[in-house]
Design a protein around this ligand. Structure first.
Ligand code: TXA
Ligand code: MG
Length: 357
């Protein structure tokens, strides 16, 4: 399949120029095609949510299991009418506060939304993304757009145009090349069809942010404990997996740094190329401590400072993909305190990791 690109990197602040540039991409969506586009969280792979044949192309392009439902993206709240039976009062308050923005809200769907979008569930997740490229594309297309993250199924979500080109060239009709995504991890998903509401996927809009608006909500805890928990091999393909095995060190910062240094030295001694997910606070330490002669065999990448978790979230998927480029044999990662945005970051890292120590 030929994949046409629409480069809007220079015109993002100019609505008129965006409309000129994205007209053809919007036509592709209207005509049942697939178009990847940037949102403030990660890039999405879109198709007309009301066109069953178009939605099936998304699953095919990504290699996504058909039992995993998609998020429906809208430009205006008017579009809710055709998609959901009713908007609960608390959902309305969340929309007022957080839309457009990185929050997907699950509500009871209408019969108009095809089963393939929701994997047969009676509910649909709806989201109004914030950035201008997404807004203009959705507005011009004039239809709700189902869009999972624009990666091959199982790979880290794409936060840069190069990631989408790498995964989807030849597999989709169009790719909008925009900015690096500001947020860097996917939207918070909250199920408002139950009481109390349940956060199904944490994001940068945290449980605390939501509770400040609508009161108590439920959230699942981390699926890990402090012991070593190797995942069942069959589970590995499901999420964010870099090519190399990844070990997540989950203890207090001083201890995990020491453990990573020790493990890195062992792996290097065996001739392995080692990737380390560090922080600004520890990168220098790894660089000086690992024997200089072996340094070419290490790739040490910092997610940012521990004091700035927004930046860590912004960088995490890009860093996982960098290790694929660097062809490391093993990835040793620091972890973060699972509080607030740290909880959402750890949700992604737990899934990316093969083993948690
Ligand atoms: O930030 C985002 O949400 C990005 C951008 C492109 O908008 N999209 C995204 O889509 O991350 P995806 O398909 O990778 O993740 C959708 C998540 C999945 O975990 C899916 O199971 C859940 O939302 N989901 C969607 N509809 C659901 C429903 N009706 N009930 C329960 N979970 C649902
Ligand atoms: Mg995804």
């Amino acid at each position: 399949m030929e994949t046409k690109t629409f480069d809007v990197r220079d015109i993002i602040e100019d609505r008129n120029a965006l409309e000129d540039k994205l007209g053809e991409a919007a036509e592709m969506l209207k005509n049942g095609g697939t178009v990847a586009f940037p949102t403030e969280t990660v890039y999405g792979l879109g198709a007309n949510a009301l066109d069953e044949a178009a939605v099936k192309k998304i699953f095919e392009a990504k290699g996504r299991p058909s039992d995993n439902p998609l998020i429906v993206h809208i430009a205006e709240t008017d579009q809710l009418k055709e998609l959901v039976k009713e908007v609960p009062e608390k959902a309305l308050r969340l929309m007022d506060k957080f839309w457009p923005g990185p929050l997907s809200i699950i509500m009871e769907k209408t019969a108009l939304v095809p089963d393939c979008v929701t994997a047969g569930l009676g509910t649909a997740a709806i989201r109004m993304p914030e950035n201008p490229e997404a807004y203009v594309l959705l507005k011009l297309a004039g239809c709700p757009v189902a869009a999972p993250s624009a990666n091959l199924s199982g790979k880290p979500s794409p936060t840069k145009p190069e990631h989408v080109l790498h995964d989807l060239t030849g597999r989709v009709n169009g790719i909008v090349l925009g900015r690096t995504c500001d947020v860097g991890i996917e939207s918070t998903v909250i199920d408002m069809s139950t009481e109390p509401p349940v956060i199904l996927r944490p994001g940068i809009i945290t449980k605390e942010d939501i509770e400040a608006v609508i009161g108590t909500v439920k959230i699942a805890g981390r699926k890990t404990d402090q012991q070593s928990v190797p995942k069942a091999p069959g589970m590995k393909y499901t999420h964010y997996a870099p090519n190399a095995p990844m070990i997540l060190f989950d203890s207090d910062p001083a201890e995990m740094t020491a453990e990573i240094l020790k493990r890195a030295a062992d792996e290097l001694a065996q001739g392995k190329k080692v990737g380390i997910i560090a922080t600004d606070e520890t990168r220098g330490l790894y660089e000086t401590q690992l024997a200089p002669g072996l340094r070419p065999n290490t790739c040490i990448l910092s997610t940012g400072s521990r004091g700035d978790l927004m930046t860590v979230a912004h960088n995490i998927f890009h860093i996982l993909r960098r290790f694929d480029e660097e062809k490391v044999d093993i990835i040793l990662s620091e972890s973060f305190e699972a509080e607030g945005i740290g909880f959402s970051i750890m949700n992604r890292m737990d899934k990316a990791a093969d083993e948690i120590k």
